[in-house]
Write a protein that binds this ligand. Structure first.
Ligand code: AKG
Length: 328
């Protein structure tokens, strides 16, 4: 069930499909990396990005595409978060398990999709339970996880938030909050996140996004993630010189090659000679913050024995432009 939902959300794909071929009669993948940077994407230190006090708004409006922030998190803190995750994993504490790994806690869109399967008279109660629990997760994170990641990330987004306040969106009936983060664990030789962008999810899974849209301008939302554990090989973030257009879709969320255009024509990212990508390879402790709403992107398949583990979510502005919301 959870696997199906994550497949629907495109966070996982069938492990048997698309290893080294695309779906055009099994042609070899020709996907090419550009030699130059295709984006206004900067590698910066924490001090350097703080010289851009409205960096979040700049990404939202398209003035900038993103940043790789070196050494955002101390290795000791990343290790503490990893060891806590290991305990959670061993105890199998409500992991959102997929055929390529798991997320923890459950991402809001997945939870909302699960709620849709409940009888009508149970939906509201279940939503309230989720947002209340997630508010507790946010508040107790420092004590439970021994790293105040909630404050570290909030303070950082405040420093580049153009004077806006920074918080999590409120839940249904303003009860509880969205989770501020999720761990994303991808297992070796299977883990990948097939090509996606948040605007695609937002328009494809309207029900799951309905409440979020009331609070947040979800269109052109940004993504953030911190690399906690690098895989031996693969797992790069590929950004394609291919942007979201209203009406684009995929045959299913786990599709990794074919994008259906608004006029019904098809673009094959793996073989289209006009399409290029930049691959970004964050190191442990680095944060990537980018315009994941409209840049089609993929987390490349992992190789080797080490799982890839990231810690991240999404961010955008409130409708009155006074707040930055971040959630997962
Ligand atoms: O957590 C990650 O590594 C990838 C994040 C991503 O693809 C996204 O935020 O859309």
């Amino acid at each position: 069930m959870i696997t199906e939902i994550l497949k629907k959300l495109g966070l996982i794909k069938d492990s048997i499909s698309n290893k080294d071929t695309n779906n055009q009669n099994q042609l070899p993948i020709l996907e090419l990396e550009a030699e130059n940077s295709l984006f206004d994407f900067k590698e910066v230190t924490l001090e350097e990005i703080k010289q851009r006090p409205d960096a979040i708004h700049d990404m939202f409006t398209g003035k900038s595409d993103g940043f790789l922030i070196k050494n955002f998190m101390k290795h000791e803190d990343a290790d503490v978060l990893l060891s806590k995750l290991e305990t959670i994993r061993k105890n199998e504490e409500r992991l959102a398990i997929t055929d390529v790994g798991f997320t923890y806690p459950m991402v809001f869109a997945e939870y909302n999709n699960r709620i849709e399967t409940l009888p009508d008279d149970k939906k509201h109660e279940a939503a309230i339970e989720y947002y209340s629990e997630m508010e507790k997760f946010n508040h107790s994170f420092a004590d439970e996880y021994n790293v105040d990641a909630h404050k570290i990330i909030t303070d950082f987004f405040t420093s580049i938030g153009g004077g806006r306040t920074v918080e999590q969106p409120e839940g249904i009936d303003d009860i509880g909050r969205f989770p501020f983060v999720t761990y994303r664990y991808l297992i070796p030789d299977q883990g990948l996140m097939s090509i996606h962008c948040a605007n695609y999810f937002g328009t494809t899974f309207k029900k799951a996004y309905a409440h979020l849209n009331r609070k947040v301008i979800a269109k052109n939302q940004m993504s953030y993630f911190i690399m906690l554990q690098e895989p031996e090989e693969g797992g790069e973030l590929s950004l394609f010189n291919f942007r979201w257009q209203e009406g684009q879709t995929k045959v299913n969320p786990s599709e990794d090659n074919e994008i259906i255009q608004p006029d019904g024509s098809k673009t094959y990212v793996q073989t289209d000679p006009k399409i290029r990508k930049n691959k970004l390879k964050p190191k442990k402790g680095d944060m990537i913050l980018f315009q994941g709403g409209n840049i089609w992107h993929r987390v490349e398949r992992i190789k080797g024995k080490t799982p890839r583990i990231t810690f991240g979510g999404f961010l955008s502005l409130s409708h009155d432009n006074k707040k930055i919301y971040f959630w997962s």
